[in-house]
Design a protein around this ligand. Structure first.
Ligand code: NDP
Ligand code: OXD
Length: 310
């Protein structure tokens, strides 16, 4: 049995070396160059794969996403129905996301954009209101969202959270689809933090209809996936003042094209999908452990429910 690393365009030498240390005696192959006998490859570590992967590695039984998200797999119609999919759940990834979102919320809260603008003009100008009353709402209370919500509460914010099923998180008003609390969630907050997985249900969820359910002058922070946002709706909402500003880390096309309208909108802060990055060492340890379990026929960690899509 062999493991293939299918992460095109990235230097995977250190990941391969780490896996070889963790799994002595196992064959770790960089796809496609090292794969001479596809029949041996039953496990693959995948990120940004090309559509022909499944016909080129037809004996795959386990696919390990090299990130927390698995939309690159579940939206691939070619994904064989019999493969199992796992994803990365890692404390470093969680902490990284927590820091990014807290940074964004604190920037809004403390009016940093205003002061930065004044700085360009060498002006010392205090605002009448020293702080903006940010009421954050975390959309998606999974591994990342629950941690963000809790830590925003620790920072002193009145935090709301929303998920499909009811949740309990210390200090957080947890609302859910199950309890039909969508409207209540959106009307209670003025900064929406999207940390949802991309699924058929969440595709395009950040749209005009949703913005209109939030108070005027709200903010958006999107760290989920670009296809969750209808980009033209955001531009319109910013023009009308419905949305006052946005932090966007993910986009429907990445890298964001040079000619994209977002670049010229001062109310939008763009970061290049860096909110939190998979740590190759932690990922290697997790994947190696799952590989050994898979070989022994034991229960795997962080298995994706392909029915739900996350
Ligand atoms: P989880 O699978 O742990 O959590 C997903 C959460 O979303 C759950 O709380 C789930 O609800 C909720 N959810 C799913 N569908 C819906 C829906 N239709 N309506 C309301 N809530 C819904 O995922 P993670 O927290 O680990 O990661 C979330 C996403 O973050 C990833 O899929 C990825 O896209 C993105 N990400 C982005 C990164 C970046 O750098 N920008 C880095 C890492 C991840 P329930 O609990 O009820 O099932
Ligand atoms: C992930 C990401 O899903 O980096 O891990 O977006």
């Amino acid at each position: 049995m062999a493991i293939a690393i299918v992460i095109p365009g990235r230097d995977v030498r250190s990941l391969k070396k780490r896996l070889e240390e963790l799994l002595p005696g196992e064959e770790i192959l960089v796809y496609p160059e090292d794969v001479k006998h596809p029949k041996e490859v039953e496990v693959a570590i995948v990120w940004n794969h090309s559509a022909d992967l499944w016909e080129r590695l037809p004996y795959l039984k386990l696919v390990c996403s090299f990130g927390a998200g698995v939309d690159h797999l579940i939206f691939d119609k070619g994904l064989p129905p019999n493969v199992r999919v796992t994803r990365i759940v890692d404390s470093q990834l969680t902490v990284g996301m927590r820091k990014y979102v807290c940074m964004a919320v604190l920037n809004l809260h403390k009016n940093l954009f205003h002061y930065y603008e004044l700085q360009q003009k060498r002006r010392w100008g205090r605002l009448k209101e020293a702080e903006i009353d940010i009421r954050p709402g975390v959309l998606g209370l999974g591994v990342l969202g629950a941690d963000i919500a809790y830590h925003l509460h620790v920072l002193g914010f009145e935090v709301y959270g929303y998920s499909r099923r009811p949740k309990k998180i210390e200090g957080v008003h947890c609302l859910s689809e199950k309890e039909d609390q969508w409207e209540k969630f959106l009307s209670s907050i003025n900064a929406l933090i999207c940390v949802l997985p991309l699924t058929p249900d969440t595709y395009g969820i950040l749209n005009e209809q949703l913005f209109n359910k939030m108070p005027d002058g709200s903010y958006l922070i999107n760290v989920g996936r670009g296809h969750q946002l209808i980009e033209a709706d955001l531009i319109r909402a910013i023009k009308s003042g419905k949305i006052k500003g946005a932090f966007l880390d993910v986009f429907s096309t990445e890298p964001l094209p040079y000619e994209h309208a977002f670049w010229d909108i001062p109310e939008i802060i763009i970061t290049p999908h860096i909110a939190s990055l998979t740590d190759p060492d932690n990922a290697a340890r997790q994947i190696a452990a799952n590989y050994l379990k898979f070989k022994e026929g034991e229960e795997l960690e962080n298995v994706v429910d392909l029915g739900l899509g996350y």
